[in-house]
Design a binder for this molecule. Structure first.
Ligand code: GLY
Length: 406
């Protein structure tokens, strides 16, 4: 039996700064290799290889650069002591690299290179919306608005949801996935930015459909949910990356935690707070002794299964986001839990030696094939792009009142 959450230590302010300082050091060190090229979605034996801007994950790397840029901008004295160069020059180098990448994202969306899927938010919020918010980048704005338009093309009015993957209007693809909740802030941003309500309206329809169908009676979640193409009626849930239909894929549950927090942020519907409490409790109740989940919440100690450390960081971001909208006592409760998750990640999972990895957080799992799921087998027990990004985002949220990219 795991100890009560009350008994776990929280990450201290000094550790938060140390953790972020290491991220800055690591990112600065590999920046020359990953300015005109991106990191692959996952590392191999701890090291990311270079890749072109084609996968759904490249925006996370640019997001890490922007978070590093913010840390250097806000903490020049800390960076000065790190002995890696002048803070002004490092800040400029981060800004330059992120701008080079924004140009790449603009080219990608103008030319429609590998954008026929729903991951426009993951690609364009931490890269281009971030750049626009931080520096006023006009290319970032144009790219992100175009990406929001692209995301709208995935909307299925029959069923009222954004189709996740694959060719539109084929029964085998007629589904949403829980991850998509975190793609939707791009649509809310586009409505705010352009004054056009159409983005927000579709986001709200999708949230309503997703929340009504992916959350099961016990508050575990389906990874994916299919609809009848003719009537739009809910048909059935299925897993892709979880262990089996009916289990709870750890990252899907974590996307639910963060997705409900952002859903509440933008809609202010009280029922999403209540759902957040239950979906979060399901996740937290199934964490093992060190508070970092196995890749599917079905597993625990004694099962020879890999972790998904990225799920802990994503959930921590969701807890910190929702805590902004809750009464003081409940908010403090969730902030405290987020600090406990981050303490374990920092102590037990974070990279601390550049000879071991060029990433930030070890022991994450992208897709673990099982006899009962439909995913490829890749990136198991490795770093991955979103694991690194959300680890930094959670630390940044703890370090200051962060103006979010989402
Ligand atoms: N959104 C895909 C994943 O979490 O692996």
């Amino acid at each position: 039996m795991r100890r009560d959450l009350e008994e776990y230590p929280e990450i201290a302010e000094e550790e938060i700064r140390e953790a972020l300082a290491f991220c800055v050091r690591q990112i600065a060190g590999i920046l020359p290799q990953f300015t005109h090229q991106f990191q692959r979605a996952y590392s191999e034996n701890g090291f990311y290889a270079q890749t072109e801007n084609r996968d759904w994950t490249t925006g996370f790397w640019t997001g890490e650069i922007w978070l590093a840029y913010e840390f250097v901008r806000d903490n020049p004295a800390v960076v000065e002591k790190m002995g890696i160069g002048s803070p002004a020059e490092i800040q400029q180098a981060f800004c330059h690299a992120a701008e080079v990448q924004i140009d790449s994202f603009l080219h990608r969306i103008r030319e429609k290179i590998d954008v026929d899927h729903h991951d426009m938010g993951f690609l364009y919020s931490p890269s281009c919306v971030a750049g626009y918010k931080l520096t006023g980048s006009p290319s970032g704005r144009e790219a992100a608005v175009r990406a929001a338009d692209q995301l709208l093309t995935r909307y299925q009015p029959v069923g009222e949801f954004i189709q996740a993957w694959g060719t539109m209007n084929e029964p085998g693809n007629y589904r949403l996935i829980i991850d998509c909740l975190v793609n939707l802030p791009l649509l809310y941003w586009a409505s705010e930015e352009t004054g056009d309500q159409k983005y927000r309206d579709i986001a709200e329809k999708h949230i309503h459909t997703a929340v009504a169908n992916v959350i099961r009676e016990d508050y575990s979640t389906w990874h994916t949910f299919f609809f009848d193409m003719k009537t739009g009626a809910p048909d059935h849930g299925a897993t892709c990356q979880g262990y089996r239909d009916g289990s709870a894929w750890a990252r899907g549950q974590a996307w639910g935690v963060y997705g409900l927090a952002t859903a509440y942020r933008y809609t202010k519907r009280a029922e999403y707070i209540e759902l957040f409490r239950h979906v979060t409790a399901y996740f937290l109740d199934r964490l093992p002794e060190d508070l970092v989940p196995f890749w599917d919440l079905e597993f625990n100690y004694g099962d020879d299964q890999p972790r998904d450390s990225s799920s802990a960081s994503i959930a921590a971001c969701g807890l910190l986001e929702m805590s902004k909208y809750l009464e003081k006592e409940e908010a403090a409760h969730y902030v405290g839990i987020a600090k406990k998750l981050m303490k374990s990640l920092y102590d037990n999972y974070a990279v601390k030696d550049m000879a071991v990895s060029n990433g930030l957080v070890l022991h994450s799992t992208y897709s673990n094939h099982s006899p009962y799921n439909t995913c490829d087998h890749r990136g198991v027990d490795e770093c991955n792009a979103w694991g690194d990004y959300f680890y930094m985002e959670a630390l940044t949220r703890l370090e200051k009142d962060w103006r979010q990219y989402w």
